[in-house]
Design a protein around this ligand. Structure first.
Ligand SMILES: [Zn+2]
Length: 489
């Protein structure tokens, strides 16, 4: 199938960040065959012509960190520090089954596509009672929608109490902690075998699926598991994804366990490289920034989630100044509470401007848009995130006759500061139209809402029960939180 998109303004996100005022885009199969000025458009013939006169074309965004099972609990939790919030969130997953993981991934995927994301990294943790914790059901949902997806299977082989600085708090918590550990930890070898089998079963880029290892976090894994996961990724030429230094308690745990920063520990294991992406990367030392720059690894910034959980502010300006490529994510809907990449884009361009700081280093609109497009694509080995010949045809057309783009003063700046996702008209993934006139083409939107509502209703008794257990943990975890900040131990 050959498609021509005629006359849009094109925000290419190529190496020169070129914006073409009156361009055209030709698509041949699943690849872009021409992106340039309209007067040099190849002659055709074309099977389909899309009139782009009143459109802006941009690369599809890459949501570089989320957890698809969280979509059913959006808005459910109070804002709390991560260590407390996580007890509630993990409790909410304990009764989920494949059909719930399917409904949840479908709901989040629908929101992403309709707001201009064409690819997502799902750092998947579900229910150990299901095969691959339910990740296969989430993959099916994203295939059904036509959303490109990288699914990093979450691995963790340590008991909960070894992964947080509980100190004297531990003694009040023993029963609850045992139940948390029992539902989460598994032996190292079993995890690595599961991960290989998961990749063998589902990895298939032709079906839009990349599978890879996703160790939960440095302090939650033994060195053997971290090394084994990195070896799987290296041998199969896959990305690897991990949470890094999201909270001060985690950074402190790194010092206790390794005597170094969490990132320096990863470097000492020989794991840092361009295929590694690190969600959050907030509690970072100056030497860590150099390590990131040298290794080509990608920190993934999740501004909404970091604000919601009060985790801290990632040093994004310092990363960018050092030449580190930063990617952007929404994080899961349990801590955000949406999956709209335009929200994340606006935040990354706003929250790092601080009075009195060097304004020459504030995040520019083109830097912000790079975090949402090309940087995430590169981290996951996808030929996407840039509109240029030879790249995969993953792109978004936005209407210009909306308040966000009227009058059209500066397409790049208006994408970052004015747009909310409401102008998204047409979304193309792998050369196929998956959103047309703002509606999904492959899945019935009402059906998605019905499935998600029903799943949430079914889960309600289990969620209520598990929330009571989590509530019992809150006072002690709160004590730990204040101890970490006040005494630093
Ligand atoms: Zn996360």
């Amino acid at each position: 199938m050959k498609t021509l998109i005629r006359n849009p303004v094109i925000v290419t996100m190529n190496d020169h960040y070129e914006v073409i005022e009156k361009g055209s885009i030709a698509i041949d199969g699943d690849k872009l065959s021409y992106v340039g000025p309209v007067e040099w458009t190849p002659p055709g013939p074309f099977d389909r012509i899309v009139e782009g006169d009143r459109m802006i074309a941009m690369p599809g965004m890459v949501n570089a960190h989320c957890h698809s099972p969280a979509n059913l609990v959006r808005g459910l939790f109070a804002s709390r520090p991560l260590e407390i919030w996580r007890a509630y969130y993990r409790a909410s997953l304990r009764d989920m089954r494949d059909e719930d993981f399917y409904a949840s991934a479908l709901l989040g995927g629908m929101e992403m596509l309709k707001s201009g994301a064409t690819a997502v990294l799902d750092h998947f943790f579900g229910n150990q009672a299901c095969r691959f914790m339910g990740a296969g059901a989430a993959i099916q949902a994203m295939r059904d929608l036509g959303l490109r997806h990288v699914v990093a299977l979450t691995l963790s082989d340590k008991n909960y109490e070894e992964t947080v600085p509980l100190g004297e708090t531990a003694s009040h918590l023993s029963e609850e902690i045992k139940s948390m550990s029992a539902s989460e930890a598994k032996a190292t070898r079993a995890w690595l075998e599961d991960c290989e089998e998961f990749i063998d079963t589902f990895h298939d880029p032709h079906k839009l699926t990349t599978c890879c290892p996703g160790p939960s976090a440095v302090q939650r894994c033994t060195d053997e598991l971290l090394g084994g996961a990195a070896e799987i990724a290296r041998k199969r030429k896959l990305p690897m994804h991990i949470h890094l230094a999201e909270t001060k308690a985690q950074a402190l745990m790194g010092k206790k366990l390794y005597g170094t920063s969490l990132l320096q520990h990863l470097a000492s294991l020989g794991i840092l490289g361009p295929n590694l992406s690190l969600a959050h990367s907030i509690w970072i030392e100056p030497a860590d920034i150099e390590l990131l720059a040298k290794s080509g690894a990608t920190p993934v910034h999740n501004p909404a989630s970091n604000l919601r959980l009060g985790s801290g502010l990632a040093p994004v300006r310092d990363f960018l100044f050092a030449g580190v490529r930063v990617a952007l994510g929404t994080d899961g809907a349990a801590s955000n509470d949406g999956q709209n990449m335009f929200d994340a884009l606006r935040l990354v361009a706003l929250i790092h401007n601080q009075a009195g700081s060097d304004f020459a280093r504030w995040v520019t609109p083109s830097q912000a848009l790079a975090t949402a497009t090309r940087n995430g694509a590169r981290a996951f080995g996808l030929d996407a995130g840039v509109l240029a010949p030879g790249m995969t045809a993953d792109l978004v057309l936005l209407r210009r006759d909306t308040p966000a783009f009227t009058p059209l003063n500066d397409a790049m700046r208006q994408l970052v500061f004015c747009e909310s996702g409401r102008s998204v008209d047409c979304v193309i993934v792998n050369g196929e139209i998956v959103v047309e006139r703002g509606r999904l083409t492959k899945v019935d939107e009402n059906e998605v809402l019905t499935l998600a509502t029903k799943a949430r209703e079914r889960l309600n008794p289990a969620i209520e029960r598990e929330m009571t257990v989590a509530r019992n943990l809150e006072p002690a975890l709160g004590e730990m939180y204040f101890r970490v900040f006040q005494r630093g131990d």
